[in-house]
Design a protein around this ligand. Structure first.
Ligand code: ZN
Length: 251
């Protein structure tokens, strides 16, 4: 049985049998895997603290013929957002960690590498650990995960009239494009102002490692959140569990 070693992002775990866990993780070089962590639920397990969502870790695993589940050999955590949560102590932060992990899990291809998605997830872990403002980080992440899937609407030209999207844009109800304010009825749909558009354009040119240079105010963040939720729900054909958790928290 060949042993593979890789850097990986832990996405989620669930219980298996009496004492084990199944771990879903995104490897840098071979895509998403599901592996059995033997004894992970025992009190002094060597996996203790290593399997939290959005932990970046060195992993080793065996692949077994004719089986989808790999067998984990070790998980050595390198960086975990739990350190950041300890500092600023927010339920919202913890909720967002679950949100990022669930989005990557939904979109990571099984067993074939997606280097750009891996890099995005890994940069989010670094930004969390550095204490980046969580709303700005979430909007950046949503923009890029939609863009990597090729489903982010055009931001430069209005598909209605071919004019430039400058002062603002509107996503009409039940449509997933940004129209200029002349083509859309501004009272209908999800409106993005100048600041939100400027953020998106800057995000498009900014590598994940540099996302701390982006500016975003509360109003623009809320507008983008609404637009991104609509896009995500449409393309995933459901609402994520972690999004419901975040909404409950906001109340
Ligand atoms: Zn137009």
């Amino acid at each position: 049985m060949p042993v593979y070693t890789s850097e990986a992002l832990i996405l989620r775990t669930y219980k298996l049998g009496e004492a084990d866990r199944i771990v879903v993780f995104l490897t840098r070089d071979r895509g998403k895997k599901r592996g059995v962590a033997k004894g992970a639920r025992r009190p002094k397990s060597r996996y203790m603290g290593a399997l939290e969502p959005m932990t970046r870790a060195g992993v080793a695993y065996y692949e077994r013929e004719m089986r989808d589940l790999v067998r984990l050999n070790y998980v050595e955590p390198q960086r975990s957002p739990l350190s950041a949560i300890g500092l600023s102590g927010g339920a919202s932060l913890l909720g967002h960690v679950g949100y990022f992990a669930e989005l990557i899990d939904e979109w990571a291809p099984e067993a074939h590498a997606d280097e750009r998605l891996y890099r995005l997830g890994s940069a989010v872990i670094d930004a969390l650990a550095a204490g980046a403002p969580i709303e700005r980080l979430a909007r950046y992440f949503e923009y890029w995960i939609l863009r990597l899937q090729g489903v982010y609407p055009a931001l430069v030209v209005c598909p209605g009239c071919g004019g430039a999207l400058e002062g603002g844009a509107v996503m009409p109800p039940r449509e997933h494009m940004f129209l200029c304010q002349r083509c859309a009825r501004p009272t209908h749909g999800t409106a993005l102002g100048r600041t939100a558009l400027a953020f998106l354009r800057a995000a498009a040119r900014t590598a994940p490692e540099r996302m701390d240079t982006l500016e975003l105010d509360d109003r623009a963040s809320r507008d983008l959140e609404t637009a991104h939720r609509r896009l995500l729900n449409t393309h995933l054909e459901k609402e994520l569990k972690s999004v419901r958790v975040l909404r409950e928290m906001g109340r």
